[in-house]
Every structure is written in structure tokens, then in C-alpha cells.
Write a protein that binds this ligand. Sequence first.
Ligand code: ADP
Ligand code: MG
Length: 540
Amino acid sequence: MQFPIFTKARVLVVDDEASNVRLLERILELARVGTVLSTTDSREALNLFTSEQPDIVLLDLHMPHVDGFTILSQIQTSVPAGEYLPVLVLTADITPETRQRALTLGAQDFLTKPFDHAEVLMRMRNLLEDRFLHKELRIQNSNLETLVTQRTAELQETLGRLKATQQQLVKQERLRALGMMASGIAHDFNNALTLVLGYAELLNPHLAALAEDRERQLLANLKAAAQDAAHVVSRLREFYRPAGHGDLRVPVDINATIEQALTLTAPRWRDKCRAEGIQIEPTLELSPVPNLMGNAAELREVLTNLIFNAVDAMPQGGKMSFRTSAANGRIEIQIIDTGVGMTKEESARCLEPFFTTKGELGTGLGLASVYGFVQRYGGAIRVESEKGNGAAFTLTLPASDAKIDRTQAIHYRPAKQLNILVVDDQEIIRELICELLRGDGHHVNVAAAGADALKLLDHGIFDLIISDLSMPDMTGAQLASEVRSKGDKTPFILLTGFGDEMLAQGGTPPGVNLILSKPVTGLALHQAMQSVLAQTSSLY
Ligand code: ADP
Ligand code: MG
């Protein structure tokens, strides 16, 4: 009699009578049992059991040294929980008490000596079938558990992603709603401000002739306030303004623009911080990236906002790093600071217009305009921050494979082409201003110092001088008075990082027509030129 299940079975026989053991070995051998282990010394039984891990134990009860009952209970304690190990008890006398005791200790079945071969094999088969079924079930259970754990993790991840998407959607929706509201407000305010400024303009000549100084001053204050408000409105417009057909987009070198923004804002993060005894250390980790199809002045403005925020966030000084990288047709610009950071709620709301934690000192429009910029360019902005642990702003923008065409600047051209002298000891700023002016079709001469500028003025006629204030040897203010002492009336714009402070302290230095604060944007430069040339009655 043979059962296929026997071939994979491991059987342990424990009986002190050698003849019994041999007989069982023979029966099992004929039945093709996979592995048969046996001992006549009951003291070895437990060792064999743990080292060989049988699928079934055939156990005699009455043995010297250690009896079958003890072995039964030892086996029970060493079988791992949840595992089914059948023990088939072999015994000659099988009183109900013995039977009961063995069953209580974990025996599954009994064989009475002398053995009936067929009965031995059949009882064994039944027990082994149970054993293997249990084993199979355990494997399947554990597979199922792994599967469930895996699925749970997957579900949790999906849930996390869904939550993040939902939050993102809610945020975008809120920003969109705010954008529409801002658009309405900006429109109405623009109309109102146009009237205020227009009537103020109309009053001007009358007052100039008739009124007292004080009234003229009041009118000037009124105009200044209206202009400030117009400025806020124009920044608000940046937040919701959709990309327009009229937007001029040319290939822009992002890394160069970052360097320019950093240089142009140096008066704020270097000079001012030095004056306050703190240090802000910028690091550039710029990789070669494709160009951006866009407007360099807009990108500079965005970077300036981010730099100013980083500086504001580091009242004790710190580090700000700039990183660029490119992948999959996208360019990433990262600005990371080691400043005060933001709470969860602040980072969630910082892009909203008018959200500020700076009280009177903030407008809450910086990041809103950064957000408007990336929206217009089909990009995205990511804010990562922790209170007390700095902040990272990551802008993702579409890359363009267009090359920068240096021969063909497409800019709008003013009515008159001017001959302009630009004086600045810092090459990068000189270049930037030249680029802005040449792009507008003006003819530009440059000088790196006041003395060189004076030489150029001796030999040529200029429509306008634009000079930096702080230069070694001769300051811009000194240059202006030198120019005037020679009887030269060329309009003079003084560029300065300290413009506001200087204005508050002592007004415009002699010979200077207008002070323009850095960072200089194309728009500010146009406006400054317009106002100076209007004052000095040249046509711009
Ligand atoms: P403002 O600078 O006028 O407050 P912004 O729109 O530029 O307006 O910034 C909004 C707010 O976002 C700030 O008031 C500040 O709370 C937070 N914020 C922006 N940038 C940073 C930064 N780098 N570190 C910490 N907080 C920041
Ligand atoms: Mg700001």
C-alpha cells in the first residue's frame, strides 16, 4: 500500500524496543516514506525532534528514562504556535485513562501493538494529509498577509497623493478666485486713480501760479500718494494678468539673469546688512540650462522679490543659495535660504495677494506676482519651509531651445534715438543698462569712472548721462557737479542703492535731475528717462 503523500514526509519513530522500531522502519520503507528517523533512546527524542523537524512522530508511551507522556508535553512546547504536528501514539495497553492522558497532552491518534500494517499506513496518511493541508494554509495566509500589507501601503500612498492633489486644487481655486477679485479691484482702482492723478495734473499749473508753497506741497503729496497706489495696483495686476498676445518673448539666459538680479540687489543684501553688522552669503550652483522664452525684466523682478524675501527672513544673517537645473524640457530655479521659515499655514497662504507677516513693512504682493509670473509662463511654484528652518522656493518653467540672437533685439523704439553716456564702475550693471538702452534703439557710450566720463563729455554731445553714485575716486554726485561747473546742462540721472535714504536725508545733489534706485528695471528706467527729459524739455 503506497500513498503519494508519503514520498515527501519526514517521520520520527521513538520506541525503546528495537524490534518494534525495525518493523516500523520496514513498513515505512515499503510504503516509500521520504525520510524515516528513529531512536530507541527516549532521551534523544527531543533533540532529534528539534533538529530534524519531522512531519509526524510515532511515539511509544512506556519507555525507560523519559516516558512518552513527558515527550508529548515537551513536543507541545517546542512546536511553534499555529503549526500542526501530529503525534501517533503506539501502545500495547490502551486503557481509557492512558488514552485520555495522551490526548490531553496533544496526541492525535493511537495504534495498538501488534500493528496491523494497513492500519499504520492509513492512520498515518490521514494525519499527514492534515499536516500538509495546515502547512499549505499557513503559507497562503502569510502570502495573503504580505499582499494585504502591500495593498494597504499602496492605498495609503494613493490616499496621500489624492489628499495632496485635493489641497493643491483647493489652493489653486482660492488663488484663482482671489485673482478674479483682484482683477476687479485693480480695474476700479485704476479708474479712480486715473481721475485723481488727472485732476491733480490739471490743478498743477493753477496752483503754481497762485498758491502758497504749502498748498503746492499738499498737491505734491496727493500726487505721490496716488502714484504709490497706482504702483500697488500695477503689482496686483501682475498677479492675475493672463498671458497676452502683446507680451514680448525672447530667449532669456536664466543663469545670467540670476547673476544680474543678485548684483542689482547687492545694496540690500550686502551693503545694508554690513551696515547692520550681519552677513548674508549667497552661493550659486548654476548648471547650464536651456533658455526661457520670456521677458528678462519680468524674470529679474521675480528673482528680486524672492531675494528680498530671503533677506527679510534672515534678520541675523545667513545663507541664500541659487540653483538651476534642467530635465524633461523644464528648467528648475531654486532659491533656498536659512532664515526664519514659515508655519504650515503660512506656506500654504504665502502666494495669496496681500498675505504678509511683515505688518506695515510688507505688501504681500511679492509672491503673488511671482505666482502670476509662473502661471503666465505655464510653469509651477513649489514652496517648502518649516518654521525656524529656512525656506525653499522652486520655480519650474518650460525650457526653450531658441538661441539668444544678440544682433536683433526686438524692443519697442521710442520716438527719438538718444545719445546716452552710462557711467558705472561695475561692469555687470553697466552692461545691463546698456542692454536695456540699446534694446530701445539708443546709442550708448560707457565709462567705468568719472574721469573717463568727463573726457568723453569733452569730445561728444550727449542727450543724457546715467551714472552710478558710489564709485571709487569720483562719486556720481561729484561727477554731476563737475559736469555742471563746465556749463554742461546734459540731463543727469543718478543711480543709487541708497536712493530712498538719501532723498529723505538731503534731497537731490546739485546737478542731478533725478535719482533712480536700484534695482533698475526697464520700466523704471523708461519712466525715469521720460520724466527727466520732459523736465529738461527734450523730446523722449
Ligand atoms: P511681503 O514680502 O510684502 O510680506 P510676499 O508676497 O513677498 O510679501 O511674501 C508673503 C509672506 O510670505 C511674507 O510676509 C512671509 O511671511 C512669507 N515669506 C515669503 N518668503 C519667505 C522666506 N524666504 N522665508 C520665510 N517666509 C517667507
Ligand atoms: Mg516680499
